[in-house]
Design a protein around this ligand. Structure first.
Ligand SMILES: Nc1ncnc2c1ncn2[C@@H]1O[C@H](COP(=O)(O)OP(=O)(O)O)[C@@H](O)[C@H]1O
Ligand SMILES: [Mg+2]
Length: 244
C-alpha cells in the first residue's frame, strides 16, 4: 500500500495562521511593511510545540529573498509566493548552556562579508532562542543592529526572550489559528490521496482535539487516510484522535 504523505508547505497559504500573524507576514512579503528597517530586523515566531515554527522559520529566508529580488513576486499574492531564489542561510539550533559569546562571534564572522543572496541580505535562523542564557541573548541583541542581516527566531515561550530582542522584531503568534483556517489544508491531504475528505465537522473536531499542534493534527488526519486506503474505501468519514 502506498502510504499517504502530507505535502511539505512551500508558501504562507500552506499554513493555518491567525489573521494578524498572516497579515504581518504578508506585509513583509508584499513590501508594505518596511523590513528590515527602523531598527526592526528580526522575526520571532512563538507558540506551543508542533505549531509549525521551525518549518516556517526555514521557509522564510527563501520567501523574503524572493519577495525582495524576483520581479515576478510583486505580481503574486503574498500568500502564494514560493522560493525562486534559494538564498543561503545559517541555522543555529540553540541549546541549553550553549556558549553565547561563541555563537555571537560566529554570527558576526558569518555576516561580515557581503551577502551573495539575490536580495543582498544575510539570513540567520535561531531555533528555540529561549534556550540561550540572558547573557547570550544580550550579546545577540547587541549584534541585531548590523545592516543587511535578518534574524528569524523561534521560541515556545515569549516570556523567556530578552525584551530588547522582542522590541527589534516582528512578533508572530503561531498558536491556535481559527479552526476554519485549517480546513482547506486538511482537505488537501485527502484530495491529494484521491480520497473524499470527511465532513468539516469531523475535521473541526480533529483540530480542536489537536489544540493547534500541526504535528498532532496531521498525524490523526494521515492515519485516517491510510486506514481508508487500506480498507479500499474512496472516502473518509471518521477521524480518530490518536495523538490528541
Ligand atoms: N503547514 C504545514 N503543513 C504541513 N506540515 C506542517 C505544517 N506545519 C507544520 N508541519 C509539520 O508539523 C510538524 C511540526 O512542525 P514544527 O515546525 O517542527 O513545529 P514547532 O517547531 O512549532 O515545534 C513537522 O513535521 C512539520 O513538517
Ligand atoms: Mg521547532
Amino acid at each position: 500500500m502506498k502510504t499517504v504523505k502530507v505535502q511539505q508547505p512551500t508558501r504562507l497559504q500552506d499554513f493555518a495562521l491567525q489573521p494578524t500573524s498572516r497579515y504581518k507576514l504578508e506585509s513583509i512579503l508584499d513590501l508594505t511593511l518596511p523590513f528590515p528597517d527602523n531598527g526592526i530586523c528580526g522575526i520571532v515566531l512563538y507558540g506551543l510545540y508542533g505549531t509549525g515554527k521551525t518549518t516556517l522559520a526555514n521557509l522564510l529566508p527563501g520567501l523574503i529573498d524572493t519577495a525582495k529580488s524576483d520581479p515576478n513576486a510583486q505580481n503574486t499574492k503574498p500568500s502564494l509566493i514560493v522560493d525562486t531564489t534559494q538564498p543561503y542561510f545559517d541555522v543555529h539550533a540553540c541549546a541549553q548552556g550553549q556558549n553565547g559569546t561563541q555563537l555571537t562571534q560566529l554570527i558576526q564572522t558569518r555576516t561580515q562579508l557581503v551577502s551573495f543572496n539575490n536580495s543582498g541580505y544575510h539570513f540567520v535562523i535561531l531555533d528555540e532562542v529561549d534556550n540561550l542564557t540572558e547573557a547570550a541573548q544580550a550579546g545577540l541583541k547587541a549584534i541585531m543592529n548590523k545592516p543587511q542581516v535578518i534574524f528569524i527566531m523561534t521560541t515556545n515561550n515569549l516570556d523567556k526572550i530578552d525584551n530588547g530582542i522582542e522590541n527589534r522584531s516582528v512578533v508572530i503568534d503561531m498558536n491556535m489559528p481559527p479552526v476554519g483556517n485549517w480546513l482547506p489544508i486538511l482537505r488537501r491531504v485527502y484530495t491529494d490521496a484521491q480520497l473524499t475528505p470527511p465532513s468539516d465537522a469531523a475535521l473541526e473536531q480533529v483540530v480542536a482535539a489537536g489544540r493547534g499542534s500541526a504535528r498532532s493534527i496531521f498525524t490523526d488526519v494521515v492515519m485516517a487516510a491510510n486506514q481508508a486506503k487500506k480498507a479500499g474505501q474512496t472516502g473518509v468519514s471518521n477521524v480518530a484522535n490518536l495523538r490528541s
